[in-house]
Design a protein around this ligand. Structure first.
Ligand code: ADP
Ligand code: MG
Length: 240
């Protein structure tokens, strides 16, 4: 569903992505972990072209990502993205936030978009908050709204970049539970997270990044129980 081959990216002198080769198969959940600054967010951002790459190739569902133009909007719609900061529109209700992209980009009729948005809000457990503004919701509820908003475009793959890092501890699980449900329903997912419990439980595969490189890639059990490299061992020792 997603494939990166030989992807290279620099920020000036910083070689932020070094020969990245990664495939995410349909219905697979890949969790990316690694130290701060290792390039995890940049990796996510290149996948839906929020960042350009210097060389290599990125494909989503077999389509090579174009640099610009109308095809870009359509390909971006295939990739749902959820950030650490929820990025909801403050002056719109939760329902309006969810309806925005389907009506503007997909040209779904308002009535239909509203029905679908309510279904999504129900699915993430916040249907009762539909007519409230983002500031009236807890962080966990806002992040669940952000997930619903991404799902409203019916993406083929969902990217999550540290979706629970900005949340108070008691709200982390309500978001992880929504993600676990999505995974169980067969959504293809690439998840950057420091939640090792979630990685162990929900990942089909763990990818460990350090200093712009994929250093190790394994099943969660193999990775957490017997990391192969010194760098992975040192990272796990620092977080577990
Ligand atoms: P991670 O998400 O793993 O913490 P990032 O992908 O955010 O890492 O960042 C990787 C490196 O690239 C960091 O050193 C960061 O400072 C740098 N970086 C990220 N975005 C930019 C940018 N737009 N311009 C310059 N440097 C950047
Ligand atoms: Mg990051």
């Amino acid at each position: 569903m997603v494939s990166l081959a030989g992807v290279e990216k620099h920020f000036g002198a910083l070689h932020v992505l070094q020969n990245i080769n990664l495939k995410v198969m349909p219905r697979e959940v890949v969790v990316v972990i690694g130290p701060s600054g290792s390039g995890k967010s940049t990796l996510c951002r290149t996948i839906n072209r929020l960042e350009t790459i210097d060389s290599g190739e990125i494909k989503v569902d077999g389509n090579r990502l174009p640099v610009e133009g109308s095809h870009l909007a359509r390909l971006r719609a295939d990739v749902g993205m959820v950030f650490q900061s929820f990025n909801l529109f403050d002056h719109k209700t939760i329902l309006e936030n969810i309806m925005l992209a389907p009506t503007k980009v997909r040209r779904t009729l308002r009535k239909q978009a509203e029905v679908e948005a309510m279904e999504l809000l129900d699915r993430v457990g916040i249907a009762a908050q539909a007519h409230k503004f983002p500031a009236e919701l807890s962080g966990g509820q806002q992040q669940r709204a952000a997930i619903a908003r991404a799902l409203a475009m019916r993406p083929k793959v969902m990217l999550f970049d540290e979706p629970t890092s900005a949340l108070d501890p008691e709200m982390v699980n309500e978001v992880l539970n929504v993600m676990t449900d999505l995974a169980a329903e067969g959504m293809t997912m690439l998840v950057v997270t420091h939640e090792m419990g979630f990685a162990r439980r929900a990942a089909d595969r763990v990818v460990f990044m350090d200093r712009g490189q994929i250093v190790e890639e394994n099943t969660p059990a193999a990775f957490f129980d017997s990391p192969q490299t010194d760098r992975a061992q040192a990272f796990l020792a620092s977080v577990l």
